[in-house]
Design a protein around this ligand. Structure first.
Ligand SMILES: NC(=O)c1ccc[n+]([C@@H]2O[C@H](COP(=O)([O-])OP(=O)(O)OC[C@H]3O[C@@H](n4cnc5c(N)ncnc54)[C@H](OP(=O)(O)O)[C@@H]3O)[C@@H](O)[C@H]2O)c1
Length: 334
């Protein structure tokens, strides 16, 4: 496993980050694995040298953080905390109460303590805002985030999907005030969602911000036999997630997406490799990308992800994969 700096920081993260949204409680989403089923994934990831784990308070409403913290602590043993980089997030509603969400000072200060308790640790390595909060002054959020860094509860700050102008504004307000600023961006980026190539990715390159893409396999669309429902049948594939993840329908499954998938399948066949490895190798081929955050619901998914690190694509192969893409509306920024 290679380790790279996260943006301009000295923090070393593995070239793959394990996405922990899949682990927590199946009561939250049917495709999420419960704790006992989840445990082997953390073990396999650590065996492969993955030291970087991404979760969020809202995944399984806190249970993903709890499962992740217990797994890492038990599996890594003594000194466990130094060996792992734990990333989590805040923003989305945790309850119906109006202050249990967003990026107000009140919520930032409460949410960080809740995440620390669930993770069973006294600091978070990378604390990310899950989205931009248009209802809270930027200064209020950024000062509160600076305070949790200064209190020793958080080592680094990161952000996730938002408009590039919002991110740039936040970066400059932190800098102007001498506050801790964001060192990473977690955007949606994969072969069938490339809108961030216009503004966000060039911004991250120019500002030295690390990029850790979410859903690099488009929630499985690029990885397995996802198909259009036909003849009154609703199922889009054979796996639990393909049948019970309606959010994927909102993001993918357009005709243009299937054209990209066709180009991917053709290249995969020509190279004698599973399409998933090519799709992940494409994300990894982008110099702006620090570490894609992969999802795995079967153990071999992790082995495939690690194998993708060895796949090198030529310029012609990259062009063949990219030519079928058609730009789409900005999706999931709020
Ligand atoms: N910041 C944000 O707003 C945001 C949003 C979404 C996700 N995330 C982060 O990104 C992480 C990853 O998201 P994701 O799970 O959507 O990622 P993904 O890597 O795009 O998709 C994972 C899915 O791809 C399929 N897959 C993976 N490897 C495979 C293989 N070798 N062969 C066949 N199928 C394979 C599996 O689908 P099946 O289960 O159907 O087999 C798996 O559940 C999350 O855990 C979370 O940490 C962040």
């Amino acid at each position: 496993m290679d380790y790279v700096n996260l943006g301009r920081t000295g923090l070393k993260v593995s070239r793959l980050c394990l996405g922990c949204m899949t682990y927590g409680s199946s009561k939250w989403r049917p495709w999420v694995l419960d704790e006992a089923e989840s445990r082997p994934f953390y073990a396999r990831a650590m065996e492969a040298g993955i030291n970087f784990f991404d979760t969020a308070d809202m995944y399984s409403l806190g249970e993903s953080e709890a499962v992740t913290g217990r797994a890492l602590r038990d599996l890594a043993g003594a000194g466990w905390r130094d060996g792992v980089v734990i990333a989590t997030k805040l923003f989305h509603p945790m309850t119906e109460r109006p202050n249990d969400r967003g990026l107000s000072r009140k919520h930032v200060l409460a949410a960080v303590d809740d995440s620390l308790r669930r993770l069973g640790t006294d600091y978070i390595d990378l604390y990310q805002i899950h989205r931009f909060d248009p209802h809270t002054p930027i200064e209020e959020t950024l000062e509160a985030l600076h305070d949790v860094v200064k209190a020793g509860k958080v080592r680094y700050l990161g952000a996730s999907s938002m408009y590039a102008w919002q991110f740039m504004k936040m970066l400059s307000v932190s800098e102007r005030n001498g506050w801790a600023g964001f060192v990473s961006m977690q955007p949606q980026y994969n072969l069938v969602y490339r809108e961030e190539e216009r503004e966000m990715l060039p911004l991250c390159l120019s500002e030295g911000v690390g990029v850790i893409p979410w859903s690099p396999l488009a929630r499985g669309f690029l990885a397995s036999d996802r198909r259009r429902p036909a003849g009154g049948e609703n199922a889009r594939g054979e796996t639990t997630r393909s049948q019970t993840d309606p959010f994927a329908d909102h993001l993918y499954y357009t005709d243009a997406d299937f054209a990209v998938k066709e180009a991917l399948n053709q290249l995969a066949e020509a190279k004698g490799l599973p399409p998933m490895r090519i799709a992940l190798a494409w994300v990894l081929s982008k110099p702006v990308v620090t570490a894609p955050i992969v999802g795995a619901s079967k153990l071999h998914h992790l082995d495939d992800a690690v194998a993708a690190l060895e796949v090198k694509l030529t310029e012609d192969e990259i062009k063949a994969l990219e030519d079928a893409y058609r730009s789409k509306p900005v999706l999931d920024h709020s």
